[in-house]
Structures are given as C-alpha cells and as structure tokens.
Design a protein around this ligand. Structure first.
Ligand code: COA
Length: 349
C-alpha cells in the first residue's frame, strides 16, 4: 500500500522580533493582557519590503527540499497555503516556482486560512496515493504584518498574528510503519463572517445585512476597492474572538478523535500533537480535554504568535529539530480557523 511520507521539512522565521511591549507604541494594550489571554510573548515580522509571503516560503522550501535529498528541479507539484498572497492573483505557488527555477510543474494555491496547511497536505497526499506525483512540495507561509490594524481599534486581532513559513516534501513510501495514515477535512460556512477579511472582494454586501463595504455609487465598477473603504477602516481582518474560541475548543478535540478512531488508535498512542497555534489557551483546553501530557503537545505560539497556514509546519519542524519526533512516532496535526474550516492528519514519522 502506498502512503505519503514527509521526506524533508524546513522553516523560515524572519529575524525581526516584536515583543508585546513593542506594540504599546501603536495601541492601548499590555504585555500582561496579551500573555494572559493568548500566551503570546513575542512574534516575528517580515522585513517590510525585502520579504514577502513567497520569499519566506522559498526559504523554508529550500531547506525541506535539501533535507529530502532533492533539488528544486526534481519537485513535480507545488501546493502553497496562505491567506496573505503576494498578489491578489496569480497565487504564490507560481512565484515560488519561478524563484526556485523549477520545471513547468503544477502549482496550486490553497486558501483555507488556519486549516490551510492540513488541507494542503491532504490534497498532496491524494496525488501521491494515486501515483500521479512523487515529490510534492507543500508550503504554508504568511506575512500578516503587511496589513493589520495597528491602532487600538484592531488590537484584539493584531496582537495575535505573526509572520513566518514552513514547508515539507511528501514522497511515496511502502513501509508498513511510516507515512500519512489519514486526513480529515471539514467546513461550516454558517459563521463565515465572524473571522474574515471582507475587502477587497466582490461581495457587494450581498450576504449579510451588515454593511461590510462602502463603495462608490457608480453605474459599473468602483465596488472592489474604494476610498470610502479605506476611510472607514473596512480593509482589515475582523474577528469575534470569543465566538471563535467557543467553536475551536469543540472542533479541535472532535477532529483529533476522528483521526484516532479512523485508525483504531488512542490518545495515549500520540507521541506529539501539533495543534495549529491559534491561542495557547485553546491548545491547553484541548490538551486537558484529551488528557494529554505536556510532552505530547508541542506549542510555540509564545515565540511566534499565530502564523495561520505556517503555524503547523513551523511547529512540526521545530519539534522534529528538537528531537521530539523519531522514526515510527505517531504525530497528529490538527487545525481550526476562519470559514469555519477544521482538519486533522495522522501520520507515522
Ligand atoms: C481574541 C481573544 C484573545 C480575546 O480574549 P477574550 O477574553 O475573549 O476578550 P474579549 O474579546 O471578550 O475582550 C475583553 C476585553 O479586552 C479588550 N481587549 C481586546 N483586545 C485587547 C488587547 N490586545 N489588549 C488589551 N485589551 C484588549 C476588549 O476591548 C474587551 O474590553 P471591554 O471588556 O472593556 O469591552 C480570545 O477571544 C481568543 O483568543 N479567541 C480565539 C481567537 C483565535 O484563536 N483566533 C485565531 C483563529 S485561528
């Protein structure tokens, strides 16, 4: 039976450290509030002009490809997960293909927010299992710092997010005790607007009675982006934090248990759970609910904040580099985020 294994993994973290106290310059907040509610002490911001979502993805990819013993020219498919694309279109996948001088291979962008990396892994896994591709590069990268609301108005969102990238190379394996056992993907669009960035977009206030976009009263056009949207601060991410929290603490344990049950395994079999780094309080709640020991859960949100699609590959890479994951170990990846979408992947390293 063919499964996908992680043949190489890499991460890239920008060097610029932004502490909670650094944010006091821009907004009314405190180190105490941020640490108590989120667990975050500091995060990294990409260089304003020299680093983009794609360039960070490229750096993580180079390490993953080298660790897989490959060259970029041997990759046959790119799956790139992000919500901070360099361009509205085309996606980051083709920019990475160009930057790494790869062959004219397929490049797919995945837009599944915090679940983006697990969705991307699942997509890649299907292509490996069918035999269509043999060396797939899966990237999660985000440059959130380019467009958060750094005034007090946006503090509930902006203190949470950070920049960075992670990447893996998936390859086929026929070894009994290795590879992705299963992936589980879910969505519920009922609450799509409670964690979202509405503009720029084509919605024209169609979906909800709330006015998310003030556009100009023209016969055609003028709706995608307007001066009024900028003046009325409609160009930033929006989050109803408590509502996200409530749903996340239900769906995280559910999707982790789903992956274990699908493989007749128990929580005690998990060597390391890599939860999407949404909020340390969420991870702690999940750990408690599933009765996992501290050494079974890897968190690093304290240092990097929430890096959306990049958070799982960064945490996975860090855990592996620290020697917490060895051959044959059972690893569970689990994510929840905007959409809502949530997902898990269970694998033997
Ligand atoms: C965002 C989050 C940390 C807010 O914590 P909370 O305890 O729910 O706080 P609330 O939003 O109810 O706000 C409580 C108070 O803190 C204030 N506040 C919000 N952000 C603040 C900040 N950065 N600094 C100081 N005060 C802040 C609010 O204005 C509010 O003040 P009020 O009581 O005077 O109105 C929390 O809801 C959360 O983590 N939710 C999940 C978010 C998440 O994981 N997002 C990523 C999804 S993948």
């Amino acid at each position: 039976m063919i499964r996908s294994k992680i043949a190489g993994i890499g991460m890239y973290i920008p060097s610029h450290v932004v502490t909670n106290n650094d944010l006091l310059k821009y907004m009314d907040t405190s180190d105490e509030w941020i640490q108590e509610r989120t667990g975050i002490k500091e995060r990294r911001y990409a260089h304003r002009t020299e680093e983009t979502t794609t360039t960070m993805g490229v750096e993580a990819a180079k390490i993953a490809i080298e660790r897989a013993g490959l060259t970029p020219q041997e990759i046959d498919f790119i799956v790139f997960a992000t919500i901070c694309p360099d361009y509205y279109f085309p996606g980051c996948g083709v920019l990475l293909q160009r930057a790494l001088k790869m062959k004219e291979i397929a490049a797919l962008d995945v837009r599944n927010q915090c679940s983006g990396f697990v969705y991307a892994i699942s997509v890649a896994d299907q292509f490996i299992k069918t035999g269509m591709y043999k060396n797939i590069l899966v990237v999660g990268a985000e440059k959130h710092s380019f467009g958060l609301d750094f005034s007090t108005r946006g503090r509930n969102v902006s203190v949470i997010f950070g920049d960075g990238a992670g990447a893996v190379v998936l390859q086929p394996t026929e070894k009994e005790n290795q590879g992705i056992l299963s992936t589980h993907l879910h969505s519920d669009g009922e609450s799509a607007e409670i964690l979202a960035m509405y503009n720029p977009g084509t919605h024209a206030n169609h979906w909800k009675p709330e006015k998310y976009a003030d556009f100009d009263d023209a016969e055609i056009g003028e709706m995608f982006f307007s001066h009024k949207m900028i003046d009325n601060a409609q160009v930033f991410p929006y989050m109803d934090g408590p509502a996200v929290f409530k749903k996340a603490i239900i769906k995280f344990p559910e999707v982790i248990m789903e992956s274990l049950q699908a493989n007749n395994l128990q929580t005690t079999d998990i060597k390391v759970l890599i939860p999407h780094q949404a909020n340390l309080r969420i991870s702690q709640f999940v750990q408690q609910k599933l009765k996992l020991r501290d050494d079974q859960v890897h968190n690093n949100i304290q240092k990097f904040g929430n890096t959306t699609a990049a958070s799982i590959p960064i945490a996975l890479c860090e855990a592996w580099e620290q020697g917490k994951i060895k051959d044959g170990d059972l690893v569970c990846l689990a994510a929840f985020g905007s959409g809502f979408t949530w997902a898990s992947a269970l694998l033997r390293w």
